[in-house]
Design a protein around this ligand. Structure first.
Ligand code: FES
Ligand SMILES: [Fe+2]
Length: 392
C-alpha cells in the first residue's frame, strides 16, 4: 500500500479488512493510523456522535463540581448544577467565544466569562451581561447542551443531541459485571496525559491479552497470564475478554488483598473482565478496583489519555496505611503504562514506513477484529456524514 493513498482507497481497505472472517483476520492497515483525512473522518463520524467517558459520578458529587474536557473539537464542561442535575454543555462563551472554565473544581455560584464577564447559571442560561444595549434579550442566550448518561458509575457525554442511549448497547456487559457492583466503586486517582501514539493503537493494545506474556512478563503476566485470557464475543457497542487470575497474588500491591465483595462467586473473584466501550473507553474490573482509560485523538500520532483507578468501598485500608496503598497503586499502574508506552509509540512510528504491513491476528486478538468491524461500520457505510445539530 502506498503511504499517501486517497481516502476512498483507504476506506476500501478498511472495508475489506473488516469483511475477513475472524479465523483469517488481519491487523489494521497502517494508513488508518497515519492519515490526516482519516482522522478528520473519525472526528466527523465517530467523536461527534458517540458516547465519550469523562469521569465517574462521584467526581461530580456536589453542586458546582465541574470538569472541562475536550470531545472531538469541542471544549465541554461537565457539572452538577444547583438542582443536583448532571449536565454537559459547551465551555465556549456565547459572546465572542472565549473559554469559560478551565480544569476542574467546584463552582460556588455562577459561571463568569474571564473576557467581558458575561455570567451564566449552572444550567447554561445567560443571566448577566453589562454594557449591552437594551435591545439585547439575555433570555434568548444559553450555552449549548449535550447529552449526558451515567452507566455503572461512569459518566459519558455525547455531542449529538439525537444519539441513541448508551445503556442498551452495553446491557450484556452490565449483566456480566452485575456482582462486582461497579457503580459503588469510589474514585481513587486520575491522570491526564498525552501519549505519542494513535488512539486506535492504544485501544487495541489495552484490549488484547496476547502481549501480556511478552510486554508485561514481570508484572501483569504473573497474576493475569495470557494463557488464562478468553475473548468473549462482544456486540455493536463493545468488545470484551475475561482474564483468569492466579489466586492469592496481585500485581498492583505488594500483598494480595482479601476479597472485599461478598456478592462475588469464587470464579468471579478470580476473573478480571476487560471491556472496550466503543469508541474510546477501556476498563479492567476486579473485585478490588477498576483501571480504565478514556481516549481522545489530538493528532494522528498524539492521544489524550485520561485514566485512573477506582476502588471497591471496602478495598482500602484505613488511616495511615491508606496513603501508602494509594502510592503503591499509582506506582504499579504507571509502571504498567510505562511498559505499554514504548510499544504503542513504536507502532505509530512504524505505521508511516513503506514496508509496514498488517499481519494475521491471533484468537487472543479477536477484540481487535471486532473493533475494526465497528470502525468500518461507522466510517464506510452511508454516503454522507451525519450533520451536527446544536441544541440550544
Ligand atoms: S467572550 Fe465571554 S464575555 Fe466576551
Ligand atoms: Fe499492555
Amino acid at each position: 500500500m502506498q503511504p499517501n493513498m486517497p481516502l476512498s482507497d483507504l476506506l476500501e481497505a478498511v472495508r475489506k479488512n473488516a469483511a475477513l472472517p475472524e479465523d483469517q483476520s488481519e491487523a489494521t492497515p497502517p494508513q488508518v493510523y497515519t492519515s490526516q483525512e482519516f482522522l478528520e473522518l473519525e472526528r466527523t463520524r465517530i467523536f461527534n456522535h458517540e458516547w465519550i467517558c469523562v469521569g465517574r459520578s462521584d467526581e461530580f458529587q456536589n453542586p458546582g463540581d465541574y470538569r472541562v474536557t475536550t470531545i472531538s473539537s469541542d471544549d465541554v464542561v461537565v457539572l452538577r448544577d444547583h438542582d443536583g442535575e448532571l449536565r454537559a454543555m459547551s465551555n465556549i462563551c456565547r459572546h465572542r467565544m472565549m473559554s469559560l472554565l478551565e480544569g476542574e473544581g467546584t463552582l460556588r455560584g455562577k459561571i463568569t466569562c474571564p473576557y467581558h464577564a458575561w455570567t451564566y447559571n449552572l444550567d447554561g442560561q445567560l443571566i448577566g451581561a453589562v454594557h449591552m444595549r437594551d435591545n439585547f434579550d439575555k433570555s434568548t442566550c444559553r450555552l449549548p447542551q449535550f447529552a449526558v448518561e451515567e452507566w455503572l458509575g461512569w459518566v459519558y457525554v455525547n455531542l449529538d443531541p439525537d444519539a441513541e442511549p448508551l445503556a442498551p448497547r452495553l446491557a450484556p456487559l452490565a449483566k456480566l459485571l452485575a456482582n462486582y457492583n461497579v457503580a459503588s466503586y469510589r474514585t481513587l486517582f486520575r491522570v491526564d496525559e498525552v501519549w505519542d501514539t494513535n488512539w486506535k493503537i492504544l485501544f487495541q493494545n489495552f484490549m488484547e491479552p496476547y502481549h501480556l506474556f511478552a510486554v508485561h512478563k514481570d508484572t501483569v503476566e504473573k497474576v493475569l497470564p495470557t494463557q488464562h485470557a478468553h475473548v468473549i464475543t462482544g456486540g455493536p457497542g463493545y468488545c470484551l475478554y475475561t482474564q483468569g487470575r492466579n489466586p492469592g497474588v496481585a500485581f498492583e500491591y505488594s500483598e494480595a488483598m482479601s476479597n472485599p465483595n461478598p456478592d462475588l462467586s469464587e470464579d468471579e473473584v478470580n476473573c478480571v473482565p476487560l471491556f472496550g466501550a466503543f469508541p474510546a473507553q477501556m476498563a479492567s474490573v476486579s473485585a478490588e478496583r477498576t483501571f480504565w482509560m478514556s481516549l481522545m485523538p489530538i493528532e494522528t500520532n498524539k492521544v489524550r489519555v485520561f485514566w485512573g483507578v477506582d476502588v471497591h468501598p471496602d478495598a482500602m485500608p484505613d488511616g495511615s496505611e491508606f496513603d501508602a496503598r494509594v502510592a503503591e497503586l499509582k506506582a504499579s499502574f504507571h509502571a504498567i503504562n510505562g511498559e505499554d508506552k514504548p510499544v504503542t509509540a513504536a507502532i505509530a512510528r512504524n505505521a508511516a514506513a513503506l514496508s509496514a504491513q498488517p499481519g494475521r491476528l491471533s484468537p487472543k486478538e479477536q477484540t481487535i477484529w471486532e473493533f475494526q468491524r465497528y470502525l468500518a461500520r461507522l466510517l464506510t457505510t452511508g454516503s454522507e456524514a451525519k450533520t451536527f445539530v446544536r441544541k440550544v
